[in-house]
Design a binder for this molecule. Structure first.
Ligand SMILES: CC(C)=CCC/C(C)=C/CC/C(C)=C/C=C/C(C)=C/C=C/C=C(C)/C=C/C=C(C)/C=C/C=C(C)/C=C/CC(C)(C)O
Ligand SMILES: C[S@@+](CC[C@H](N)C(=O)[O-])C[C@H]1O[C@@H](n2cnc3c(N)ncnc32)[C@H](O)[C@@H]1O
Length: 390
């Protein structure tokens, strides 16, 4: 089992207690399943608050797509950036957005209800707390736009689960998820996903740099490193590090240009290849896999970890950063969001710390540790050490 910052993870509750808890929960849910109980509980003063809370939670699940589209409309119309400069009245917003005042007010009211916008005391429109978090966050705006593809693929979730949706937008968007070799993918095929990953990379690198200190290392190899955005962020923070990147040839070319543009050409080298079949470059004392393993099934993960293991010296460090399943308070992100996202993409799953620990141990890594990030829902972080070569 992985240690969390050195401490052992809390043990699961013993079997006997769990079975009592199970029976209590089963009784509760059998009551909720009875329409007469629901009607009574919605009226009774001591249960009314809970009935309202559960009704609201279920309504939010029904309405999730509608809420997302309100957010998309705000992003597409540049509403957050507009009102970030100064609070505006509805007619001024309508004129800037090319909407009728009635439509602008409809969107504004929807966004206010979702805490994306807020009405000032004099009735003008300004940022709400959630809209404020969107400002200056180009990655999040790109993600919101890109969800159009996700929703297209999820339009018929049952057919998707049955494997009957053959034309999937996400499968085209992430061509490396398909069977076969991907070393021949061209720039046009890798550019869209590489740009999305680069735009969202600051969300991840900030978390990793806040949770892990690279100063004890000499050379970092970022495997599946995209356009080098992560490597550049680490390299800027730790001026002594040599930087290596491995990705598909068309992506590695982009990284070379990106790192040269960041003034890191002298400290970095980008190597193109297929990490499922080609050896990784040697010489690094730390290898990172950032948002890589969850794209792949266990068999492919085994191959990637074996290649990393061969590239590292005994005792060398592997750092894995990606959203983890079972993150307390963020369970639907791993199980529902990434579960269905990766189903549409064609491969992979978010894994728990326990599952990743097993795969790491099987590939010859030891001392698996989980590091606490500031925002665990955005990324989890594990390190492990390469064992001695057999
Ligand atoms: C000032 C006073 C007195 C009080 C303030 C109170 C206070 C402290 C408030 C907190 C304010 C604050 C700091 C808010 C911060 C908000 C943040 C950081 C929000 C961040 C949100 C991030 C989101 C919504 C991220 C979404 C990410 C998505 C959807 C990622 C999708 C990733 C995909 C699809 C990856 C694909 C890659 C693949 C294929 C799986 O490998
Ligand atoms: C989800 S992206 C993550 C990119 C980057 N690490 C980040 O977090 O922004 C996965 C990366 O793995 C690379 N990749 C996928 N399959 C690969 C393969 N077989 N060989 C080498 N790289 C591969 C992709 O090109 C892509 O850059």
């Amino acid at each position: 089992m992985a240690a969390v910052d050195g401490k052992a993870e809390a043990r699961a509750s013993p079997g006997a207690l769990r079975s009592v808890v199970d029976r209590v929960l089963a009784w509760r849910d059998s009551r909720i399943a009875d329409p007469r109980f629901r009607a009574w509980a919605a009226r009774f003063p001591l249960t009314r608050w809970r009935a309202r809370r559960e009704a609201r939670a279920l309504f939010d699940l029904c309405a999730g797509f509608v809420y997302s589209q309100v957010l998309l409309a705000c992003v597409r119309l540049g509403l957050f950036d507009l009102v970030a400069k100064q609070p505006l009245a509805d007619p001024a917003i309508a004129a800037r957005m090319g909407l009728s005042v009635a439509s602008a007010t409809r969107l504004i009211e929807a966004a206010v209800s979702l805490r994306l916008l807020r009405r000032t005391a004099d009735g003008r429109v300004t940022l709400g707390p959630l809209g404020a978090a969107m400002v200056g966050n180009a990655g999040l705006a790109a993600m919101v736009e890109h969800h159009a593809l996700v929703y297209r693929d999820l339009a018929d979730p049952v057919s998707l689960l049955r494997g009957e949706v053959t034309e999937r937008a996400l499968a085209r968007y992430w061509p490396y998820a398909a069977e076969g070799s991907h070393a021949g993918l061209g720039d046009a095929e890798v550019a869209p996903y590489t740009a999305l990953m680069a735009a969202t990379q600051p969300l991840v690198s900030t978390e990793v740099l806040g949770a892990y200190d690279f100063s004890g290392h000499r050379c970092l190899l970022d495997v599946g490193g995209g356009d080098g955005s992560f490597l550049a962020a680490v390299g800027r923070r730790h001026g002594h590090l040599s930087l290596l990147l491995f990705d598909l040839p068309a992506v590695a070319s982009r990284a070379e240009a990106r790192l040269a543009g960041a003034g890191l050409a002298g400290r970095s080298r980008c190597i193109g290849g297929d990490f499922l079949t080609d050896p990784l470059p040697e010489g690094a004392d730390i290898v990172s896999l950032v948002r890589v393993l969850h794209d792949h099934d266990d068999e492919r993960v085994g191959r990637i970890l074996a290649a990393v293991r061969r590239a590292l010296p005994p005792g060398g460090t592997l750092l894995v950063a990606e959203p983890l399943a079972d993150t307390p308070g963020a369970e639907p992100i791993g199980a529902a969001y990434f579960g269905f996202y990766l189903l549409a993409m064609g491969r992979g799953q978010a894994r728990s710390v326990a599952r990743l620990s097993e795969l790491l141990a099987r590939a010859g890594f030891r001392d698996v540790r989980q590091h606490r990030t500031d925002t665990p829902l955005l990324t989890g972080l594990l390190t492990a050490r390469a064992g001695n070569r057999s």
